[in-house]
Design a protein around this ligand. Structure first.
Ligand code: GLY
Length: 312
């Protein structure tokens, strides 16, 4: 087992159960890469090709999540993602390196690799975030590959959904079967940490909605002096507490990544009168190679790759 750090919180006994699920101290020698959900196993392999060849963590986290972005069976990341209410597949992504350089795209349509466009915003512009049609024009101008969305089968599902949910705004179901965002954190052999995050967001969202995933500090945050954190789940709740930044700042105060993720989740819970159906979680890594993860409800998992293993 790579880890057993997954929370088993139940809404009627939140704090008591949480205490029982603290991880033991766990340190690995870098390089190391972790990412959200079981789709993280394949993504980690993509990152590992870079890390295992003395590559940089920023290149690894870009290459890693690209594996998920081109998996057309994935309904919550990349071009296979579900559309918004109006039938548009709008994608969000961000990336951050060990020097606190960062880039993001929000609500971008018909581009194969939003994460690489986010990287280009970081590397080739003076900005941090481009959204919508401006992000798409930039991507095309910079030579990024386009893709036709939604996929045929995804469009069929959306049409069915429309028939049944004329005026209703459906809540997302985020669990083991409906994997949300992929967030990834890697530490290379030089000890430098970078992170990436990419998603198609909340299925059947309002057109124009952007979640936590492209927002630096919400879906992802890295400070090379401390560590990194990324988030998955209901973006609106994560944004409200600047989730990933909060986790990193808690680690800066000396908390283990596991404790930091748990405290951030507790803060989200405390800010909501009712957490029914509100699933979100954090994944974190510190400079010692210690990792942690925590979610509001059971069902969140992550994949960890080191020299010896790649497992959930
Ligand atoms: N965490 C993905 C989203 O809310 O869009």
């Amino acid at each position: 087992m790579a880890s057993a750090f997954i929370s088993v919180l139940k809404p009627n006994n939140l704090m008591a159960l949480a205490e029982e699920n603290f991880s033991p101290n766990f340190t690995v020698k870098n390089p190391i890469v972790i990412s959200t959900w079981s789709h993280g196993i394949a993504a980690n392999e993509g990152a590992w090709v870079i890390l295992d060849n003395a590559g940089k963590s920023i290149d690894a986290v870009e290459a890693g999540v690209k594996v998920t972005e081109i998996d057309i069976t994935n309904r919550s990341v990349g071009i296979g993602g579900r559309p918004d209410r109006d039938g548009h597949v709008t994608l969000d992504a961000c990336i951050m390196d060990e020097n606190s350089r960062c880039g993001a795209v929000g609500c971008i349509e018909g581009i194969l690799h939003p994460i690489s466009v986010a990287r280009a915003v970081m590397d080739r512009t003076q900005h941090v975030m481009l959204v919508g049609e401006g992000a798409r024009s930039f991507a095309i101008r910079e030579g990024f590959e386009t893709a036709k969305t939604p996929l045929k089968e995804v469009k069929k599902d959306w049409k069915e959904w429309k028939k049944e949910h004329k005026d209703e705004f459906k809540k997302p179901t985020i669990n083991n079967e409906n994997h949300d965002t992929i967030g990834m954190l890697a530490m290379d052999e030089f000890g430098n940490i970078s992170g990436s995050c990419t998603t198609s967001g909340w299925a059947y969202k309002l057109h124009g909605r952007i979640g936590d995933s492209p927002i630096i500090g919400a879906g992802l945050f890295v400070d090379n002096e401390v560590g990194g954190a990324c988030a998955t789940g209901l973006g609106e709740a994560i944004i409200r507490i600047a989730g990933s930044h909060t986790v990193v700042e808690l680690m800066r105060q000396g908390h283990h990544p596991q404790a930091a993720c748990k405290m951030a989740v507790e803060r989200i819970i405390a800010k909501h009168d009712d957490v029914t159906g509100l699933q979100c979680g954090f994944l974190a890594m510190n400079t010692k190679g210690q990792v942690g993860a925590y979610s509001v409800y059971n069902g969140f998992n992550y994949a960890l790759r080191t020299k010896d293993r790649n497992a959930i």
